[in-house]
Write a protein of this length. Structure first.
Length: 351
């Protein structure tokens, strides 16, 4: 059995640097708190990076892909072949995340955990071929323990590659037809929320399709109820390979000391799993946006997360997190480059 590395301690925030950064914010030529969430972001990044003036110039974006056996239940508006087709689109530069990565000067990695087209051999894609997608979780566990551990390890390995090139920020994205069904089922199991609250249209289901999807999730929750108290087994029973890889990546980032910018609903569910497995990872997780999928808001609330953007996004791929990167960079620039009252010879308010 693979050693449970994901339970190892996470790095802790540098409290001294955090306090110094907080003090610096109070000295900058602006009313205290006037830059709102940007101030808190800069201070948190300073504490995480252990430097008074943090920086997020080096961004690593990893897209994890995998197919889902539950698609056999008719839960998606798109055919399963789209997963493999989008892998090609990612590496040839035509996908939204590909465009965003270029604009940000970010490094983009694409990892295929296991699709229904195991013969895929795309240049620029890491094909791991754990299996030809997960099993249908209304009939049994989505993956075996060994498969789940392989997926967790794949996320950790991506973080290690990010560390080798000096990445200061990690963004995980996902691709997998059917993965909003898996994420909704996972969230329902972990939050004990009504299925109707956490089930949405995904890639574009109509009202009848959403109702059918919710019914499928209800069946899966009933089948796997005996494992509900075990977060890892719940992940392996209801999740996807790409969701497990995201969980592994988020935990490895916290252990290696790399800040994470979490993307949309599916990535936020992976973050929820990561925090349940190892609560000390929470400080390392920043949240890019609140998307249009109805369950996203519930998951963010459970994590006490304050997303940076509210743009009605529901694309996935890491796109919402990528769109928030300029805000992080600007928060760092403001924190590091604004003059203090003393430097600018501007009168501060009386103490």
């Amino acid at each position: 059995m693979t050693r449970s590395w994901w339970l190892d301690p996470c790095k802790t925030l540098d409290a001294q640097t955090y306090e110094l950064a907080l003090a610096r914010q109070q000295q900058l030529t602006k009313p205290a708190g006037s830059l709102g969430q940007l101030e808190a972001l800069a201070v948190q990044l300073a504490g995480l990076q252990g430097q008074l003036k943090p920086c997020v110039d080096q961004v690593w974006i990893a897209i994890f892909a995998g197919d889902h056996g539950v698609v056999a239940e008719g839960v998606s508006a798109y055919p399963q072949a789209v997963t493999g087709q989008m892998l090609h689109n990612f590496v040839t530069g035509g996908a939204a995340i590909s465009v965003l990565a270029r604009q940000l000067g970010a490094q983009l990695e694409v990892v295929d955990l296991g699709t229904v087209s195991p013969s895929l051999n795309l240049p620029g894609v890491r094909h791991l071929n754990i299996a030809a997608g997960t099993a249908n979780f209304v009939q049994g566990p989505a993956m075996t323990h060994a498969q789940g551990c392989q997926a967790l390890d794949a996320g950790r390995d991506s973080v290690r590659r990010a560390g080798e090139v000096g990445a200061q920020l990690f963004i995980g994205g996902e691709m997998g037809i059917g993965n909003t069904t898996a994420a909704s089922a996972l969230a329902c199991a972990l939050l004990a929320c009504p299925v109707s609250d956490l089930t949405g249209p995904g890639t574009g289901l109509n009202a009848q399709g959403v109702s059918h999807k919710a019914a499928v999730i209800e069946r899966a929750l009933a089948l796997h109820a005996p494992r509900r108290g075990d977060t890892l087994q719940t992940l392996f029973s209801l999740g996807g390979f790409e969701i497990a890889a995201l969980v592994g990546a988020y935990l490895a980032c916290a252990q290696e000391g790399v800040a994470v910018l979490v993307d949309g609903f599916i990535c936020s569910v992976a973050a929820l799993v990561a925090v349940r497995l190892n609560p000390s990872c929470r400080d390392w997780l920043l949240f890019g946006h609140c998307g249009a999928e109805p369950g996203h808001r519930h998951v963010l609330q459970s994590l006490a997360a304050e997303p940076l953007l509210h743009l009605g996004l529901r694309l996935g791929e890491g796109s919402g997190a990528a769109l928030a990167v300029p805000l992080l960079r600007l928060a760092c620039a403001l924190h590091g480059q604004m003059a203090t009252f003393a430097e600018a010879a501007v009168a501060d308010r009386p103490a």
